[in-house]
Design a binder for this molecule. Structure first.
Ligand SMILES: Cc1ncc(COP(=O)(O)O)c(C=O)c1O
Length: 306
């Protein structure tokens, strides 16, 4: 159990981690119908812990539930309060928070007996998602698997079933000895990583794939777009990116709650720029770290102290 917080919030109650159980014949386990979030809380420089962009994450959870016609029987504020309570009770300073809503019914058949979801919220310690690559830059490959098109799945939502596609790309990269994969969309343009968005830097501009490229609209992506424009005065375009554009980019980096800002230094054996973490990537990595640690008062509204 080690790094898990001692309590799980489960359908309205805080219960010991060991007691938060479901049956093996649970509908959602079989059919991949569930929606979730990944949120981080950080110890800020004033010693207090703050959850980063909590309300945007709760809103996306509700949006995802809506896309899958799941009914979460709690309001936005009740969910936010529950998340704060789990973090507070954990005693953790830096931690990762995982709310998940799913059909908790032991009935098989794709049509669920109810669309009313159970909601569970767990919390644990999670270091750098891509390990040393955060500092050294990630070596990545383009996956053979493509991100599903938006007329197959609502790709703007964060649903458990979407991650079987992410899983395939992730293990492909790891089995070949790389840090991470990049997936193309069904048209052949760059979409995103298995659990992170992607940016390239070209001629002092940032370019990131648009929503129609089957991406999850990342909250870190949104933060980086705003920080790049406001703090660094850099232009940001949301435009289709070809593989050729990625190979010839000056820099590239991933963004995500788990991944934070992680430079990409090689794609399919091709070094990006000079093959080292780029200047703009490093500046944005540092700026993001400063914001989540509460060092920039202008961004206090993104922090919810627990
Ligand atoms: C597929 C996918 N894309 C992008 C992201 C980045 O989203 P965010 O920055 O909101 O964590 C994530 C992580 O949640 C993800 O799983």
């Amino acid at each position: 159990m080690s790094d898990w917080g001692r309590y799980i919030w489960f359908d309205g109650k805080l219960i010991p981690f060991e007691d938060a159980r479901i049956h093996v014949m649970t509908h959602s386990l079989h059919y991949g119908v569930g929606v979730f979030e990944g949120i981080r809380a950080y110890r800020t420089d004033n010693g207090r812990t703050a959850i980063f962009r909590l309300y945007e994450h709760v809103d996306r959870l509700l949006l995802s539930a809506n896309a899958y016609k799941l009914e979460i029987p709690y309001t936005r504020d009740e969910i936010a309060e529950a998340i704060i309570e789990v973090v507070r009770k954990s005693g953790f300073d830096d931690c990762y928070i995982r709310p998940i809503a799913f059909i908790n019914a032991t009935k098989l058949g794709v049509r669920p007996p109810t669309r009313r979801a159970s909601l569970a919220i767990g919390v644990f310690k999670w270091g750098k998602y891509l390990g040393e690559a955060y500092y050294k830059g990630a070596r990545v490959i383009t996956s053979h698997w493509r991100r599903p098109p938006s007329d197959s799945l609502p790709m703007n939502s964060k649903a458990t079933g979407h991650y079987i596609n992410s899983y395939l790309a992730t293990i492909e990269a790891h089995m070949k000895g790389f840090d991470e994969a990049i997936l193309l969309d069904s048209r052949g343009f760059i979409s995103e990583g298995p659990g992170q968005n992607l940016f390239i830097v070209k001629d002092t501009k940032l370019i990131t794939p648009p929503l129609h490229a089957s991406i999850l609209p990342g909250i870190t992506r949104d933060s980086i777009i705003k920080l790049a424009r406001r703090e660094l005065g850099i232009g940001v375009l949301e435009e289709d990116i070809t593989l050729g554009m990625l190979y010839s980019a000056d820099e590239a980096f991933f963004t995500g709650t788990a991944t934070e800002v992680t430079p990409i230094v090689e794609v399919d054996g091709v070094p990006i720029g000079d093959g080292k973490p780029g200047k703009v990537s490093k500046r944005l990595q540092k700026l993001y770290e400063d914001v989540v640690r509460g060092r920039l008062p202008e961004y206090e509204e993104w922090l919810t102290y627990v």
